[in-house]
Design a protein around this ligand. Structure first.
Ligand code: SAM
Length: 374
């Protein structure tokens, strides 16, 4: 008898944007995937930032795939805006900076969108008006989380984000573990609370029920903060402030130092957007046609059978020496034995990424795919 939960009914989540920012650290994917001229990569869209960040290494083509069409609409809008706006207006349009004229800017961008994306944003002007970057269900949930955290420890939070020296921050963290703090952490990370308020389809569904989410999240965050500055994590900025308060540490495509490079890459890298599950999207492509796969943490949301099907398609469509970067929440589900034999894993890099990645909760599976058993 299997105790595996049912597959996630993604259709239920397809009417709204679930993730609008980028909650992962794409520096990890860039290290793992070794992109460059001539490379063709499959990338889960999510908030679109994970796709735009990969442009930093200027591959030949990115196939952006998401089972939720609204995530792809968001990517289209971010691309259209990047093509026509310079850096400051881009930040204002997305919502990093204040702006009053987002709907007017949207009307100028509108002709560049597909019919489906245009229809979606026409029907949801408030998403554009408020700034799309923070309008995903997760990002809106974090508004409430940040409010609660600020009620409990407003001065402590401000101080935490003021450090530019890790030794001083580590010293400061000795006072982290108060009773009130632990109570709030436990409440916010409880499965029932997340289920009710986060509107996430359930990143915890395949985490064994005996694993206390709150303790794992709390401990991983603490480990991260003992080794990395709080303000340098754009995810922690969202958790504690629900917006970016330290702009030098935003996702790559938003940074002034890489914005122009990424904008230029939009002129040469082909971006193909597909609404389907990653396995279904790959089922339509020829053998040996991809050099890299950036599948985010979808493995954490898939049943064993669906993960097996996705890996089958990845193996079939991989060119020799293709690279894979996959994340699992807390732990990565093991590969089926046939697949494990065909992945030359980069364990040192996996460990380093798990330690440094600002998403804090991921275990990585990174390696080179071989057409023969390793
Ligand atoms: C796995 S979720 C997690 C969010 C991610 N960690 C981030 O930082 O944004 C990201 C996206 O994967 C999409 N997704 C989930 N399972 C999928 C699948 N099998 N194929 C394609 N997309 C999938 C969801 O619709 C969602 O937009």
């Amino acid at each position: 008898m299997t105790t595996e939960p049912n597959a996630i009914p993604w259709k239920r989540f397809s009417e709204r944007i679930s993730y609008s920012s980028c909650n992962e650290d794409s520096k990890s994917e860039l290290q793992a995937l070794r992109l460059g001229p001539g490379k063709r990569v499959l990338c889960i869209t999510a908030g679109g930032g994970r796709v735009l960040n990969l442009l930093h290494d200027v591959p030949r083509e990115i196939v952006a795939v998401d089972v939720n069409p609204t995530q792809n609409h968001l990517l289209e809008l971010k691309i259209a805006a990047m093509r026509s706006l310079s850096h400051q207006p881009y930040l204002a349009f997305l919502g990093v900076r204040p702006a009053r004229d987002r709907l007017k800017v949207y009307q100028e961008l509108r002709p560049a969108l597909s019919g489906a994306a245009g229809a979606y944003f026409d029907a949801h002007p408030e998403v554009v008006r408020r700034g799309v970057l923070f309008q995903g269900s997760l990002e809106r949930f974090l508004v409430h989380v940040a409010r609660i955290l600020h009620v409990v420890r407003p001065f402590w939070i401000r101080r935490l984000f003021s450090f530019d020296d890790i030794t001083e921050q580590r010293h400061f963290l000795e006072g982290w573990d108060t009773r009130a703090w632990r109570f709030v952490g436990e409440m916010l990370c409880r499965r029932s609370f997340l289920e009710l308020f986060s509107r996430d389809p359930g990143f915890w569904r395949f985490v064994p029920p005996e694993v206390p989410l709150h303790r794992r999240i709390f401990d991983l965050m603490h480990r991260y903060l003992c080794n990395h500055l709080a303000r340098e994590s754009h995810l922690l900025q969202l958790v504690f402030f629900a917006r970016y308060i330290y702009e030098p540490a935003m996702p790559i495509y938003l940074l002034p130092s890489s914005f122009e490079r990424i904008r230029e890459a939009l002129k040469t890298t082909q971006i193909t957007i597909v609404t389907a599950s990653a396995a279904a999207a790959l089922a339509d492509v020829a053998d040996a046609s991809f050099d890299a796969y950036s599948i985010a943490d979808v493995s954490s949301y898939l049943s064993d059978a669906d993960f097996g099907t996705l890996m089958d398609e990845i193996m079939r469509t991989a060119r020799p020496d293709a690279r894979l970067c996959s994340r699992g929440i807390f732990m990565h589900r093991p590969l089926p034995p046939d697949h494990a034999r065909r992945v030359r894993r980069d364990h040192n890099l996996e460990r380093r990424l798990a330690f440094d990645d600002l998403a804090m909760v991921h275990e990585f599976l990174v390696g080179t795919l071989s057409t023969e058993s390793c």
